[in-house]
Design a binder for this molecule. Structure first.
Ligand SMILES: CCCCC/C=C\C/C=C\CC/C=C/CC(=O)SCCNC(=O)CCNC(=O)[C@H](O)C(C)(C)COP(=O)(O)OP(=O)(O)OC[C@H]1O[C@@H](n2cnc3c(N)ncnc32)[C@H](O)[C@@H]1OP(=O)(O)O
Length: 284
């Protein structure tokens, strides 16, 4: 084979392995670092990146693309300078249309299964508050770097709701059983330094640039590790949690819908929404 043909074929195979990202994302920025081929996925759904059906569907799509293209790794971060994500969009849970809610919850399950179980390494550069679903996304990643003076945690009980079992398992994969129980029953939000002390995050950062730098450095640990061995090992640790949800997926959707539509739960959500609005009014 002529050298020029070989080089053309090599170029073609490189091109076909490059991640193909839709330029049509409305709520995400997706960019690949030329130095290490790590993809940074930036949540950008102002004002607080709350996770609605649209945003979850886009995250799910980008995770599929990254897996298909055998990406060497992904960093999840936010375009906001004070919120990583405010968690699930409360408007998807307040007086929900049942069909839409089912799609919404299905999309959340998809994101969780794809992110928690990704064969490629993942890191969260948490550059703002990460309550509830925000903490869940961060915990799905394998490594967390968080900017100082923000909050992170599963605060569901504070809203009068209950974190689903797969949220709980994700926390149990991150911190101790004892700390998980205390954190969940009290709906505790940890400040960055408290999160570090308990192991909920791995490193602190001074600002977003520092967080991205530290997150990028995490991937250097895998330079000499065969990706297949890495991926199988991760699957051995996390795969059974994912299988459990796969088996119970429909039941999980139905149970969540029936819990969330209980009048007491709806009243609790209304009260919480009013608190968020009042906070703004009293600050003005
Ligand atoms: C027997 C009982 C059984 C009960 C079982 C029940 C159910 C079980 C089933 C399901 C479990 C569901 C699990 C849910 C997990 C979740 O993720 S719930 C969401 C939790 N999120 C939060 O608690 C965060 C709330 N937000 C904040 O604390 C702050 O907004 C912030 C993130 C710290 C940012 O503060 P900041 O000052 O910058 O912004 P504002 O507070 O002024 O907010 C701006 C704007 O955005 C709105 N907003 C904030 N968060 C959300 C949100 N999560 N969803 C939707 N909208 C949100 C806020 O209201 C403001 O709106 P505006 O006034 O119209 O501008």
């Amino acid at each position: 084979m002529m050298a020029s043909t070989r080089s053309l074929l090599r170029t073609k195979s490189l091109i076909s392995n490059l991640p193909r990202f839709s330029s049509n994302y409305k709520c995400l920025d997706v960019s690949v670092n030329n130095d290490n081929n790590i993809t940074t996925v930036t949540l950008k759904r102002p004002p607080v990146n709350s996770l609605n059906l649209d945003l979850l569907s886009e995250i799910s799509d980008v995770l599929t693309d990254l897996k298909k293209s055998k990406s060497p790794g992904m960093i999840l971060t936010s375009s906001s300078d004070k919120v990583f994500t405010a968690g699930l969009d409360i408007m998807e849970m307040h007086k929900p249309d049942p069909e839409r809610f089912k799609q919404f919850w299905y999309a959340l399950q998809d994101v969780w299964m794809k992110l928690y179980g990704s064969p490629f390494p993942t890191a969260a550069a948490i550059n703002g508050h990460a309550p509830a679903g925000g903490c869940l996304l961060a915990m799905c990643c394998e490594y967390r770097v968080m900017v100082q003076n923000f909050n992170i945690g599963l605060n569901e009980t504070q809203l009068g709701i209950v974190a689903p079992i797969w949220f709980i398992k994700t926390m149990l994969n991150t911190i101790s059983i004892r700390d998980t129980e205390l954190a969940l029953t009290t709906g505790r939000l940890f400040k960055t330094d408290e999160a570090l002390a308990v192991g909920l995050i791995d490193e602190m950062a001074t600002d977003k640039a520092d967080a991205l730098k530290k997150a990028n450095a995490f991937f250097e640990r895998f330079e000499m590790i065969p990706p297949i061995a890495r991926a199988y090992t991760k699957d051995s640790l996390r795969g059974s949690d994912i299988e459990d949800l796969k088996k119970n997926r429909e039941k999980d959707i139905q149970t969540t819908l029936s819990l969330i539509t209980q009048p007491k739960v709806q009243q609790g959500l209304e009260f919480y929404l009013a608190l968020l609005k009042n906070k703004k009014e009293s600050a003005a």
